[in-house]
Write a protein that binds this ligand. Structure first.
Ligand code: MN
Ligand code: MN
Length: 299
C-alpha cells in the first residue's frame, strides 16, 4: 500500500501538520468575519500573527479549531485508544471551561451529550458547517494508513456534533488527503482526491473559484483547495487563504494542516512559529508523535 515509509519522515510530517493547523488558526483569527476588501483596506496583504480580531486574542492565541482537535488527541492519550465517549467527555469539559469561542452546531452537539449522553446527533440538512472537518487531523493520524479505520474514526468524531452529507464528505476527503500527504503524495495526486469529491458533491467545486469563505463546509474547503493548490510554499498557501476573510481561522487551520504536512516544519516561517506559546507547541508535537506511534503504521 505504501510506496515508502520512513518513520522519521512520518513523524515530521505529522508534527508539521499539527503545528501548521495551530498557526493557520492563530493567523486567520485576526481577520475572521472580515471581507477581503476590509482586510485589504486595513492591512494591504495580511501576513502577520498579531492577535486581536473580534475575539480580542493575544498574538499566537488559538481558538476552538485547534482546541477541539486537541480534545480528540488528549482523549486518545488518556484512554490509550479511540473512544468517542472519551472524546465527548473531553469536548464537554472544554465547553465548561468557557472557551474563547465555539460554533453553534458544536455547542448544540456537546450540550446534547451533556444532557442525554448523545454520541451521534440526528441527521440535519442544515448542519453543514465546517466544525467536524476542522478536527480531522487526530483521527487521520491515529488511523494511518488504514482507509477503513480512517472512515470509522472520521465519522464517529464528526457525528458527536455534525450529521450532514457535505460535512461527512468533507471529513472523509480531508482525511484521505492527510493520509496521502503523510505518504509524501504530490499535489497532482491530491488534486485527484478533490476532483473525486467534486464529482460526487459539486458544492465543493473551486475551479472557477467563487471567493466564498463562509463556515459552510463546501465554501470553506473550496477556499482551502483554491489556495492550497495555487500556493508555492506554506506561507503563500496560508496568506492566500486567510486574506479571503470569512471563517478565516478555520480555513487557515485546515489549510495549515494540509500545507504543514505537505511542506514540512522547516517551511513554516520562523516569525510565525515564535508567536505560538511554547507549551502549546511542545504539546502539539508530543500529541502528533503519540498518534503516529499508536497508529497501524507505528506498530
Ligand atoms: Mn475558531
Ligand atoms: Mn472559525
Amino acid at each position: 500500500m505504501l510506496l515508502h515509509l520512513d518513520t522519521d519522515e512520518l513523524r515530521q510530517r505529522a508534527r508539521a501538520a499539527f503545528v501548521g493547523m495551530a498557526i493557520g488558526d492563530a493567523l486567520g483569527a485576526t481577520v475572521e468575519f472580515m471581507t477581503p476588501s476590509e482586510i485589504a483596506a486595513q492591512y494591504g496583504v495580511f501576513r502577520e500573527i498579531i492577535g486581536g480580531g473580534w475575539l480580542r486574542l493575544k498574538p499566537g492565541q488559538v481558538t476552538d479549531d485547534t482546541e477541539m482537535a486537541l480534545c480528540i488527541a488528549r482523549a486518545v492519550v488518556k484512554t490509550r485508544g479511540w473512544s468517542r465517549e472519551a472524546i465527548a467527555r473531553e469536548f464537554a469539559a472544554w465547553l465548561k471551561s468557557r472557551p474563547v469561542d465555539c460554533g453553534d452546531t458544536c455547542r448544540k452537539g456537546i450540550r446534547s451529550f451533556m444532557l442525554h449522553g448523545t454520541l451521534e446527533v440526528p441527521y440535519n440538512e442544515w448542519d453543514g458547517g465546517n466544525g467536524a472537518v476542522m478536527r480531522m487531523l487526530p483521527p487521520a493520524l491515529l488511523s494511518f494508513p488504514d482507509g477503513e479505520l480512517l472512515r470509522n474514526y472520521a465519522l464517529e468524531q464528526a457525528r458527536l456534533t455534525h450529521h450532514q452529507a457535505q460535512s461527512d464528505a468533507g471529513c472523509l476527503c480531508i482525511g484521505s488527503m492527510l493520509h496521502l500527504i503523510l505518504q509524501g503524495a504530490s499535489k497532482n495526486r491530491l488534486r485527484k482526491e478533490v476532483d473525486a469529491l467534486v464529482a460526487d458533491h459539486q458544492q465543493f467545486g473551486f475551479d472557477p473559484y467563487r471567493k466564498l469563505a463562509t463556515a459552510y463546509v463546501a465554501d470553506t474547503l473550496a477556499t482551502v483547495f483554491h489556495h492550497f493548490f495555487r500556493g508555492r510554499d506554506f506561507e503563500e498557501c496560508l496568506v492566500g487563504t486567510v486574506n479571503q476573510g470569512g471563517d478565516a481561522d478555520t480555513t487557515g487551520a485546515i489549510c495549515g494542516m494540509l500545507a504543514g504536512g505537505y511542506y514540512g516544519i522547516d517551511a513554516i516561517p520562523k516569525r510565525w512559529l515564535k508567536k505560538l506559546d511554547r507549551r502549546l507547541l511542545s504539546e502539539l508535537e508530543q500529541l502528533a508523535d503519540y498518534l503516529v506511534d499508536a497508529s497501524p503504521a507505528g506498530h
